[in-house]
Design a protein around this ligand. Structure first.
Ligand code: SF4
Length: 389
């Protein structure tokens, strides 16, 4: 690796593994606004140092278990109302069938997603649970996760704000779990801001859930939504908050950086998509704040340029499904895995399939789950090609 010679003292410190302060990061950002090249090349250098030339993804099926949600975020198009065509209330039969299909397609991950506590607000959700024999959405998720394991898939649940006990139960079957921090700024919860009608997105609440995941030693995926009206300082504070959690508990396995895309039927429909240069700056800053972290952008949300993010610090594409849509961003279909493979190669990287848990976190899960992974893993702890290709 060539030694970088930089004008920025703070960036040189980063390369020398020295800790930098919030003020240093803000200074780096101020500089990068005019000329991001030093920041980008530092991020690339760190990425190469810690992640080599591999870029990973998780081959998944997206289970839109229930998309009724008690909250309303200004950008969300996932949430459905009763009677809407997009309403999803998956029956046990539908879950079993999709699991079988996912196995046939050689998916590795079963991603279970729900809206926020649907049964707290909607009778339809209560009826649906009763019909399927459950008292709560979490009970249903536990059952679905058990079924996934029986079928040979690894569950990863993202069901919003779960409490300590619920997460503890789900840890038995889920190799990892996810909840986006989104942003640590209280300002974004004020009137007229995107999280005003979303009590579940209060930064304190989200941080508490991430704290609980740390106490429970759950390999956790979290991340930031970029471009929803935040300032760069608020982004930096959010990344620093994630870093702090990871320093305390060591359980943050990856950080998703998701660029906002406006959706037609939402309050934020006229807000422009996240500017690409701004987004790349966020990616690069994340890499310099957390040099060893797994950093992901979803390729479907930057369809024309996703591979260019490899040179500003990312090392993962997240879940890509060969058979189900991205129900959170349905107008952005996932690229074909072959295409991602090709584009990654062209950029000088090798695409590899990972489990929904990164190898560094294998020691966090039960022996039973670990044994199931062992059957399918290669020498690097990634999925053997015969199981996904
Ligand atoms: S983003 Fe999540 S919490 Fe917000 S409205 Fe959509 S489903 Fe509900």
């Amino acid at each position: 690796m060539n030694k970088l010679v930089l004008n920025s003292e703070s960036l040189n410190n980063v390369l020398e593994n020295k800790t930098i302060s919030r003020q240093d990061v803000i200074g780096i950002y101020q500089q990068a606004k005019n000329d991001p090249e030093e920041l980008f090349s530092t991020a690339q250098n760190l990425r190469e140092k810690f992640k080599k030339n591999t870029v990973t993804f998780s081959k998944k099926a997206f289970f839109n278990v229930v998309n009724l949600c008690k909250d309303t975020c200004s950008y969300c198009t996932y949430k459905a109302e009763p009677g809407e065509e997009k309403l999803s209330l998956m029956s046990k039969q539908q879950i079993s069938e999709l699991l079988q299909l996912a196995k046939k397609y050689k998916c590795v991950e079963a991603l279970f997603v729900t809206g926020e506590q649907p049964e707290k607000k909607y009778d339809e959700a209560k009826v649906w649970l009763k019909e399927n024999g459950f008292n709560s959405t979490v009970e249903y998720l536990i059952h679905a996760s058990e079924l996934a394991l029986e079928t040979g898939l690894f569950p990863h649940t993202n069901a919003g704000n779960l409490n300590f006990e619920e997460m503890k139960e789900l840890k038995k079957t889920n190799v990892s779990m996810g909840i986006m921090l989104e942003n640590i700024s209280e300002r974004l919860t004020e009137k007229g801001m995107p999280h005003y009608l979303a009590a579940s997105k209060r930064p304190k609440t989200r941080l508490e859930i991430l704290e609980n995941s740390g106490k429970l030693k759950i390999p956790m995926t979290t991340g930031i939504l970029v471009g929803i009206g935040e300032t760069m300082e608020e982004i930096i504070d959010s990344i620093l908050a994630i870093k702090q959690l990871h320093q305390k508990y060591g359980n943050i396995q990856e950080v998703i950086l998701q660029n906002f895309q406006p959706k037609q039927d939402t309050i934020m429909k006229n807000t422009p998509s996240t500017d690409e240069k701004y987004f790349k700056t966020v990616v690069a800053l994340s890499r310099i704040i957390m040099p060893e972290m797994n950093i992901q952008i979803p390729p479907n949300l930057s369809p024309k340029s996703y591979q260019s993010f490899l040179s500003v610090g990312i090392n993962d594409w997240g879940g890509i499904s060969p058979l189900t849509p991205d129900f959170v961003n349905p107008e952005f279909s996932w690229p074909e895995i072959n295409k991602v493979d090709e584009d990654s190669k062209k950029a000088g990287f090798e695409l590899k399939c990972r489990f929904p848990i990164y190898p560094e976190f294998f020691s966090f899960i039960s022996k039973e789950l670990r044994d199931k992974i062992a059957v399918m893993e290669d020498v690097e702890g990634l999925v053997k090609e015969e199981y996904w290709k």
